[in-house]
Design a protein around this ligand. Structure first.
Ligand code: OGA
Ligand code: NI
Length: 338
């Protein structure tokens, strides 16, 4: 590798390379088939309207959530209660952050996954064999008594304020979803909330620069999320794909809509009724793409297992010890169980 190699992908990508460096090239057996996608039949993950969740449509919506968690492990939500302006502000902050001069961004760079705030690239540069076409900023957002905010970028100047407002609002949505999901499993509404101890909330800002050879690499290779539940916002550039019946289904952006997916720990908690499903991000030659996942987790000392009500002859207790204590994002654990 040249001694002047860029630490961050954005600076390599913007230098006008026509061919991607070999470390980004996947083996032939593991490449995204982008042409296959274009002929996809238009099917995608369910879209659920949360408007009537506390009203007359309550039981219908709970049923829709149950179906989606069982069949797809993924759904989209509209009328989720997070103001559009708040979402746009945070998207703007992400965009502006990744536009900062390299020297400014590098102040946040670290390849140590245990750091609670850091900018990095690919997935885990210390352990992986092939790199991914992504830079990302990771932040811890809850519990706030840890005062993570002082570690967050202070440039752009309204970053902390805008991101904090967004985190609080997303947490509100997560808590409503956790109640709905508890209910959809036939548990008390506050069952999951109580199981999580003090709770934990992390977020990422994923930045996928345009890629001159998108058919050779991934923004993120197929993985499941090891946390409890993920709430992702993506900008208007497609790239997310979800595995369904052995086919990669695109989840194309719908404005002002969040994508919710079941993580490994929810699969455990539901004793396998709800599925933590493989998904990945592909890149394209023309446009940068930003996505902002919030990873919601139990607190590190909580032990997650299925309640006895969810263990029966149809769903015998599964051996989930392998995920018992995964409370951080998959970044710290490697691609967990693919
Ligand atoms: C993730 C993830 C998908 C995307 O960060 O875990 O799956 O579209 N991201 O960026
Ligand atoms: Ni993911």
């Amino acid at each position: 590798m040249a001694p002047t190699a860029n630490l961050l992908l954005a600076d390599l990508a913007s230098s006008g390379v026509k061919q991607i460096p070999s470390k980004y090239i996947r083996p032939i057996s593991d490449r995204p088939n982008l042409s296959d996608l274009q002929i996809s039949d238009g099917s995608t993950i369910p879209l659920i309207d949360l408007l009537g969740l506390n009203g007359p449509n309550h039981s219908l919506i709970i049923k829709q959530i149950a179906q989606a968690c069982k069949n797809d492990g993924f759904f989209q939500v509209e009328n989720h209660g997070i103001p559009e302006e708040m979402i746009n502000n945070v998207l703007n902050m992400a965009r502006k952050f990744f536009e900062l001069p390299e020297s400014e961004r590098l102040k946040y760079y670290s390849d140590d996954p245990t750091k609670t705030t850091r900018l990095s690239t690919s997935f885990n540069v210390k352990t992986e064999q092939v790199s991914s076409w992504r830079d990302f900023l990771r932040l811890h957002c809850y519990p706030l008594d840890q005062d993570y905010i002082r570690e967050w970028p202070s440039n752009p100047p309204s970053f902390r304020n805008d991101v904090l407002e967004y985190c609080k609002s997303v947490r509100g949505l997560v808590l409503r979803l956790l109640e709905a999901i508890s209910e959809s499993l036939g548990l008390e509404k506050d069952y999951i909330d109580k199981k999580l101890g003090k709770h934990g909330q992390h977020m990422a800002m994923n930045y996928y620069p345009p890629c001159p050879q998108p058919e050779l690499t991934y923004g993120l290779p197929g993985h499941t999320d090891p946390n409890l539940i993920t709430i992702l916002f993506q900008d208007d550039v497609p790239g997310l794909q979800v595995l369904r019946n052995d086919k990669w289904i695109p989840v194309n952006p719908i404005p002002n809509t969040f994508i919710v997916n079941i993580g490994d720990q929810m699969q455990v908690l539901s004793n396998g009724r709800y599925k933590s499903v493989l998904h990945r991000a592909v890149v394209n030659c023309d446009k940068e793409r930003i996505s902002i996942p919030t990873f919601y987790c139990p607190s590190p000392d909580a032990i997650i297992g299925p309640p006895k009500e969810l263990i029966n002859d149809d769903y015998p207790a599964a051996d989930y010890t392998y995920v018992k204590n995964i409370t951080r994002s998959f970044e710290t654990k490697g691609l967990s169980k693919n």
